[in-house]
Design a protein around this ligand. Structure first.
Ligand SMILES: NC(=O)c1ccc[n+]([C@@H]2O[C@H](COP(=O)([O-])OP(=O)(O)OC[C@H]3O[C@@H](n4cnc5c(N)ncnc54)[C@H](O)[C@@H]3O)[C@@H](O)[C@H]2O)c1
Ligand SMILES: [Zn+2]
Ligand SMILES: [Zn+2]
Length: 370
């Protein structure tokens, strides 16, 4: 994949004369594995006519930000502002932006997409030839007072005036990821037995959005009892703590040895993908959502005859307009996933709470800019 956008980063190029340099702002800056700081950075400026400058109202922290801080995502360089989720108000738009104007309230998609390249035209925004997942990754992100959003017309969504902004922050990444990579790719159908391995924010969002299709059973597997309790409240029909119980045996006996129709992996480690391979029934779908850093064994010696489908996906955010309607009409309430709230300036404390999820009983944190 080419990331031409890199060439547009202010610290990578000579700023052409006539481009206004912004004043200062505060932002959460990555300084290599294990190191981050809330510090002054230049306020971003428009670099392309298709850009918008957004003043952040609310943002959050993602499990992927923790992966970056661990050093698992080496293309993130020292000095990068993290974050790929949020809502805000348009401060300024480039001359080619037609759908947004100063003062509009917007939802920021975690995927920036030009809408014009071959991959965008087939709805695969995650693999946009000029964008994709770049925010808080290859260009500066949303854990800041201001963010520059490339391809604003295709990467931002209008927010209805009365909408709950905290609910909408869950639409930047969590809900479309769970729905597209888990539920749609898993082809969840009415009456299905669905197992979701991993009850983090993504696994729980998968549990919520799978219920659009009225599956018969929703089995949740995790190692954190608090998260499994939350899963029960959100509609899980069976919960299994795989540290205390043999998840494979329990699921096979629960399904009378048939296995499940859909197994959704929402952790990102070999053991949990292999559990999905062991519990899948004939004709079933294994939908991988987790980000994997290690290779995983593919057990074709047992799977070859089972007529199963295995899917992988980077979230495209093509379902965002649909999910936005389900949230604003209150058919879906993603605020159930929010456990903690902080001022944006207290983001270091918010990271601590998010990192100690089991102890603090954290799911999603909301950061509000003053
Ligand atoms: N495909 C995509 O586009 C995409 C987008 C966003 C996030 N993700 C990935 O989705 C995954 C889930 O995200 P999240 O934010 O919910 O992460 P998270 O770390 O909050 O949740 C993972 C859950 O897995 C549980 N777990 C750990 N080891 C386990 C085991 N052996 N068995 C059962 N459960 C176990 C943890 O207790 C936790 O509840 C991550 O890998 C994340 O990077 C993928
Ligand atoms: Zn994310
Ligand atoms: Zn594109």
């Amino acid at each position: 994949m080419s990331y031409n956008i890199l060439a547009q980063e202010p610290n990578k190029i000579k700023i052409p004369s006539g481009v206004r340099l912004g004043t200062e702002m505060n932002a959460l800056v990555y300084h290599g594995p294990g190191s981050k700081a809330w510090e002054k950075k230049p306020k971003p400026s428009l670099l392309e006519t298709t850009d918008a400058l957004v003043k952040i109202s609310k943002t959050t922290i993602c499990g992927t930000d923790l992966h970056i801080l661990k050093g698992d995502v080496p293309e993130v360089t020292d000095g990068r502002i993290l974050g790929h989720e949020g809502v805000g108000i348009i401060e300024e738009v480039g001359s080619a932006v037609t759908e947004f104007k100063k003062g509009d309230k917007v939802l920021i998609s975690c995927i920036s997409s030009c809408g014009k390249c071959e991959n965008c035209k087939r709805g695969m925004y995650s693999h946009c030839e000029k964008g994709g997942w770049i925010l808080g990754h290859l260009i500066d992100g949303t854990q800041a007072e201001y963010v520059r959003i490339p391809f604003a017309d295709n990467s931002l969504y209008h927010i209805p005036e009365a909408a709950d902004e905290e609910a909408l922050v869950m639409l930047s990444d969590i809900l479309p990821t769970a729905f597209e990579c888990g539920v749609l790719n898993g082809q969840v159908k009415p009456g299905d037995i669905v197992a979701i391995v991993g009850a983090g924010p993504i696994g729980l969002a998968t549990l919520i959005t799978a219920q659009f299709y009225t599956p018969a059973e929703l089995i949740m597997v995790d190692v954190d009892d608090n998260r499994l309790e939350v899963a029960k409240k959100f509609g899980a029909t069976l919960t299994i703590n795989s540290n205390n119980e043999n998840a494979l045996e329990k699921i096979m006996s629960y399904t009378e040895k048939k296995g499940v129709d859909v197994a959704i992996e929402a952790v990102g480690i070999p053991a949990t993908f292999e559990l999905c391979e062991s519990i899948i029934g004939a004709g079933g779908h294994i939908a991988n959502v987790g980000v994997h850093g290690k290779s995983v064994s593919l057990h074709l010696e047992t799977l070859w005859s089972k007529n199963i489908t295995i899917t992988t996906r980077l979230v495209d955010t093509v379902s965002t307009p649909m999910l936005l309607k389900t949230v604003t009409s209150k058919k879906l309430d993603p605020t159930k996933l929010i456990t903690h709230r902080f001022a944006l300036k207290d983001i270091i404390a918010a990271y601590d709470t998010f990192q100690n999820a089991a102890k603090e009983k954290t799911l999603k944190v909301i950061l509000t800019s003053e």
